[in-house]
Design a protein around this ligand. Structure first.
Ligand SMILES: CC(=O)N[C@H]1[C@@H](OP(=O)(O)OP(=O)(O)OC[C@H]2O[C@@H](n3ccc(=O)[nH]c3=O)[C@H](O)[C@@H]2O)O[C@H](CO)[C@@H](O)[C@@H]1O
Length: 366
């Protein structure tokens, strides 16, 4: 990686913030939202991530420097776990060097493999850290990391029960989702309404992919856009000219805005993206998410009448098509869902996290 320009000559050097974490889109995308907010506030941002995480493509694309470290999860057989632990310890040493060289005023951990080593390294060097927890039930690592941080920021009110003293800021969401009209999105994408969008988060969801491929591969009196994720894309096909299967789309806000109905997993990012465009949704939580967090994430919306819930074990080719068509036929029901969903969006979360980071970084300097 090229050494970024330093501004040591200036009497008021730009504040420097290090953002650590990633792995899935659910961690990396909100991290990038905060980085963009910080950039617009004239801060200098660098990232620490994992070589295998989605950040290794998304962060350079957004033009931020990335320190990519070899890290893996602490799961699997004893040999894999020992290797992960060794990589974790090495990552703490690498993060210390990165922090000493970059000199951030604050570090933000966003969850994912690289988050905890950076928080530990910052803590030992006396650099203040903040943590952003995306899910309603935090994982073990974030609960532990939360004890080391100056401030913990959360997306869902339910997470406050697990992280005492945390502050609710919502989910950093890309600004493009706000204010894009259905008409413009339909025109830009060349889609004929009504439109159903099916997607399973940043990596895809096999069960949902197979059910959707079966449900919509014949003829449909509506358009279906299925964003499958990279892993499953090659095994899916359709005979239906109104069924598009796409691997991954950077501009998913256009597809969601064009939709009359969305079928989605209940990752935090996906949920708040759907809220940002204010669309009716059927949520199918991933049943094996740590601590059942996807079900809890989904319930925040479904208990407020903002979305419908469909459990993973209810999903079949027939039931999926039935649920989709029932809601597509119910204009009034969808309109109610849309309004309640839009009311739960958190458009200020990204700037809010950025401002808190700059405040903490400023305190340290003074
Ligand atoms: C299986 C699993 O453990 N998933 C977790 C992961 O999900 P995952 O990475 O799927 O996370 P989210 O649903 O939170 O976010 C996915 C993000 O990717 C975007 N997107 C997706 C597809 C695409 O083609 N283009 C695109 O931009 C979505 O709009 C969204 O912003 O992180 C989330 C946040 O910690 C958790 O809540 C999820 O439980």
């Amino acid at each position: 990686m090229n050494e970024p320009e330093r501004s040591n000559q200036s009497p008021n050097p730009a504040p420097r913030i290090l953002i650590a974490g990633g792995g899935t889109g659910g961690h990396a995308i909100p991290a990038l939202c905060v980085a963009s907010s910080l950039r617009s506030m004239n801060a200098n941002v660098e990232f620490v991530g994992s070589v295998s995480g989605i950040e290794s493509t998304l962060v350079p694309k957004a033009d931020f420097p990335l320190h990519a470290l070899p890290l893996t999860g602490l799961a699997g057989n004893p040999i894999a776990r020992a290797r992960a632990a060794t990589l974790f310890l090495k990552a703490i040493r690498s993060c210390k060097r990165i922090i000493q060289r970059f000199g951030p005023g604050a570090v933000l951990g966003v969850g994912g493999y690289a988050s905890a080593p950076a928080v530990v390294a910052a803590r030992t060097l006396g650099v203040p850290t903040l943590l952003h927890e995306q899910n309603s039930v935090p994982g073990r690592v974030n609960r532990l990391a939360g004890r080391l941080t100056r401030e913990t920021l959360v997306t869902f009110p339910a997470a406050l029960e697990h992280l005492p003293g945390a502050v609710r800021v919502g989910m950093p969401t890309r600004p493009e989702f706000f204010g894009v009209s259905r008409e413009k999105a339909l025109e830009d994408l060349g889609l004929e309404p009504p439109v159903v969008v099916v997607f399973g988060g940043s990596g895809g969801a096999l069960k949902l992919n197979l059910a959707a491929a079966g449900a919509f591969a014949g003829t449909t009196p509506y358009t279906v856009v299925q964003v499958s994720g990279r892993r499953d894309f090659a095994r899916l096909s359709t005979q239906n000219p109104r069924h598009r299967i796409l691997e991954y789309v950077d501009d998913i806000w256009r597809y969601l805005a064009a939709a009359d109905l969305v079928v989605s997993r209940a990752g935090a990012g996906s949920l708040f993206d759907i809220a940002a465009v204010g669309r009716a949704a059927i949520l199918v939580p991933f049943p094996f998410a740590t601590g059942g967090h996807q079900l809890h994430n989904a319930r925040y919306f479904t208990e407020r009448g903002a979305a419908e819930l469909m459990m993973d074990d209810e999903v079949t080719v027939e039931s999926l098509r039935r649920r989709v068509e029932r809601l597509l036929d119910d204009d009034e029901g969808r309109e109610e869902l849309e309004g309640r969903m839009a009311a739960l969006a958190t458009p200020d979360a990204s700037d809010g996290v950025a401002r808190r980071l700059l405040a903490v970084a400023g305190e340290e300097k003074n």
